[in-house]
Design a binder for this molecule. Structure first.
Ligand SMILES: NC(=O)NCCC[C@H](N)C(=O)O
Length: 426
């Protein structure tokens, strides 16, 4: 078998495989009081989420090979030693389990589950049993917390070239997602690959955070990384070290864009900038095209040599490196619409081929801009039914009806973890 089952050298190459997670009860299991800890700005309805997500899943199923986290995880858990290893690690990292006796009880409950139920529990959580007074009066509902955000499969791991980076998440509530993804990428024959995990680095710094929504693979020698609330400067430094390991004399680049910390819709780079085609990108222009106090920094890595310079903008730096991208503006020309549509993931597009992208239908002004730039607007339902064929268009935007999904805090790029893409014919 090949050593690496993952290869992603761009954001736009024709998609050959993507990891998804169909949302389950974990998206509902929170209250107004715990929503913020769950990293949600609202309470979602699973019924609506399920209907909306089905269209997304069926669309991708029509376009490429799709994998489901829960199925990959259940396959891996059928190996008894991997199963025990994962259960121990989960019990060790769980915030709600503080004492050895609690840990033992949780471990026992997990060990008693069959493979499928275990995979479900590791994602949807396990309710706290009220067997003693402390647990009875506790406000916590779960002993193993639900992974509310796992349908944003983009964030806990990133395909970078022929490897997968396991992310050290900025918020503990998402930590188990990374552990699950590492177990899958180290063991599942269909996606097995070399894994890089900053936590295993001897120089691990507790301030090191990096999340997939911040890491864009612009070209085989260019990464664009957002530096904000989810990815720290130490996270970017880890990527510099990772690039140094390609000791082939070739120059590689990281373009870093600083991100505002509020509002929360700026959490990741892919909420303000995504790549659409060989010569087009989507931008939230107040941050990407206008002067601002948020810096753009260009890092060049060649072997052990590192050069760092401040630059004017991401787009100009890309141009200097031979990627001349025409920006399409999220929300069109009016700041009011730009802000409204960015909030609902209006800059967050997922390319399944050069010039062929998926995004939310609700962002009308953005869709209008894309249409002016030659993107035919198609409905996901029509692609699924065969009424229209994406192969008939040079450029298209396939729209998803998204009322509830974006309220989880992300869009089409956030909900996908591509594992294989064809090379782009630049
Ligand atoms: N790549 C992304 O922007 N992902 C969206 C993640 C939203 C999730 N509620 C979070 O705050 O982590």
């Amino acid at each position: 078998m090949e050593a690496s089952q993952t290869k992603v050298y761009s954001e736009i190459g024709k998609l050959q495989g993507v990891i998804l997670h169909t949302p389950g009860s974990e998206v509902e299991n929170m209250t107004p009081g715990t929503a913020e800890r769950a990293l949600y700005s609202d309470i979602l309805s699973l019924d609506v989420v399920t209907k909306e997500y089905k269209v997304f899943k069926d669309l991708l199923g029509k376009l490429t090979k799709t994998y489901q986290v829960k199925e990959l995880l259940a396959d891996v858990l059928s190996d008894s030693s991997l199963r025990s290893e994962l259960i121990s690690k989960v019990c060790e990292m769980e915030d709600n389990v503080k004492f050895p006796t609690q840990r033992k009880r949780l471990q026992k409950r997990l060990e008693e589950l069959d493979t499928k139920a275990l995979a479900t529990a590791l994602i949807e959580g396990l309710p706290l049993e009220k067997n003693n007074l402390t647990d009875f009066v506790s406000d916590e509902r779960f002993v193993l917390r639900p992974l509310h955000n796992f349908f944003f499969t983009r964030d806990a791991s990133v395909s970078v070239y022929d490897k997968v980076l396991i992310c050290n998440m900025a918020n503990d509530v998402r930590d188990r997602e990374s552990l699950v993804m590492q177990t899958i990428f180290e063991n599942h024959p269909e996606v097995k690959t070399t894994v890089c995990n900053p936590l295993s680095s001897p120089d691990f710094d507790k301030n090191l955070n990096i999340e997939g929504g911040d890491v864009l693979i612009a070209r085989d020698d260019i990464l664009i990384i957002g530096n904000g609330t989810r990815t720290s400067t130490q996270g970017v430094d880890y990527m510099i070290e990772m690039l140094k390991t390609y000791n082939d004399g070739k120059e590689r680049h990281i373009i870093v864009q600083e991100l505002p910390s509020t509002p929360e819709s700026f959490i990741h780079m892919d909420m303000v900038f995504t790549l659409l085609d060989k010569n087009k990108c989507m931008t939230y222009s107040p941050l990407l095209l206008k002067p601002s106090r948020y810096r753009t920094i260009h890092i060049t890595v060649q072997g052990d040599k590192v050069k760092i310079q401040q630059k004017e903008s991401v787009i100009k730096t890309l141009k200097e490196l031979g990627m001349d991208l025409e920006p399409v503006t999220c929300g069109g020309s009016d700041l009011w619409h730009q802000e409204r549509e960015q909030w609902h993931s209006g800059a967050n597009f997922f390319a399944f081929a050069p010039g062929k992208i998926i995004g939310y239908r609700r962002n009308n002004y953005t869709a209008e801009e894309l249409n002016k730039h030659g993107f035919e607007i198609l409905k996901a339902e029509d692609v699924i039914s065969g009424k229209v064929n994406v192969d008939d268009y040079e450029r298209c935007l396939v729209t998803l009806s998204g009322s509830e999904l974006p309220r989880g805090g992300g869009g089409a790029r956030c909900m996908t973890m591509p594992v294989r893409r064809d090379a782009v014919n630049w």
